[in-house]
Design a binder for this molecule. Structure first.
Ligand code: HQG
Length: 182
């Protein structure tokens, strides 16, 4: 992704996951926004956006954060939402034995007490590989990767979902399923 694409991706994440109202946009329960309205609202806020740029960002996105509807008229973020207007329907799925969560060392004491909580987002986000988790943790400070006993959680009735881009989602991770001795 070049600089313009990265900036546009961050902007799209902001409006499609967190603050659609910032540009007068409405998302439906499944997170879909009308592309024409997205472009119109964005232009009003003084930022450049057109369909060519949107399509380039969606296609070239390193984490496949966005999807365009089959009819080509709508766009959504596939995970990561905090806005209450959205409640994506994810299909439950059996997770692999272990999943990983990247965080910052400064959060560890609190995680030891409370387990992993979703914060402002709708789910706790987990990845299949440690490398991705390290990059995620780095955003908040000195990264540390927590190994999660995902299959054991699932066997005990806790639900898992996988977004279209491969990110795993679960409501929370109780401390007993977190390996804190890495
Ligand atoms: C931490 C990115 C204290 C948690 C990534 C994290 C991901 C706690 C932070 C997606 C805690 C929340 C989500 C507790 C959890 N006490 N801190 N009990 N439980 N935390 O950004 O998982 O690049 O909301 O460890 O790739 O970092 O934006 O979640 O550090 O998939 O597409 O609280 O965002 O995707 O931070 O990241 P976030 P996250 P994008």
């Amino acid at each position: 992704m070049n600089k313009q694409h990265t900036e546009t991706s961050k902007f799209l994440s902001y409006v499609l996951r967190h603050e659609p109202h910032a540009i007068g946009l409405t998302l439906d329960r499944e997170g879909w926004a009308d592309i024409a309205s997205l472009i119109a609202g964005t232009k009003q806020s003084g930022r450049e956006l057109d369909e060519i740029l949107i399509r380039a960002v969606v296609a070239g996105n390193d984490k496949a954060r966005f999807a365009i509807s089959e009819d080509g008229l709508r766009i959504r973020a596939v995970q990561g939402h905090s806005t209450e207007s959205v409640a994506l329907t994810y299909t439950e799925k059996m997770p692999p034995k272990f999943l990983y969560h990247g965080t910052a060392t400064r959060f560890l004491n609190s995680i030891r007490e409370q387990g992993l909580l979703p914060g402002t987002r709708h789910y706790v986000h987990l990845s299949e590989d440690e490398q991705t988790a390290t990059a995620v943790g780095q955003r908040y400070g000195k990264p540390i990767v927590l190994k999660i006993e995902a299959l054991r959680m699932h066997q005990q009735g806790l639900k898992f979902f996988q977004a279209e881009n491969g990110v795993w989602l679960t409501d929370k991770v109780p401390v007993i399923f977190i390996n804190l001795h890495l």
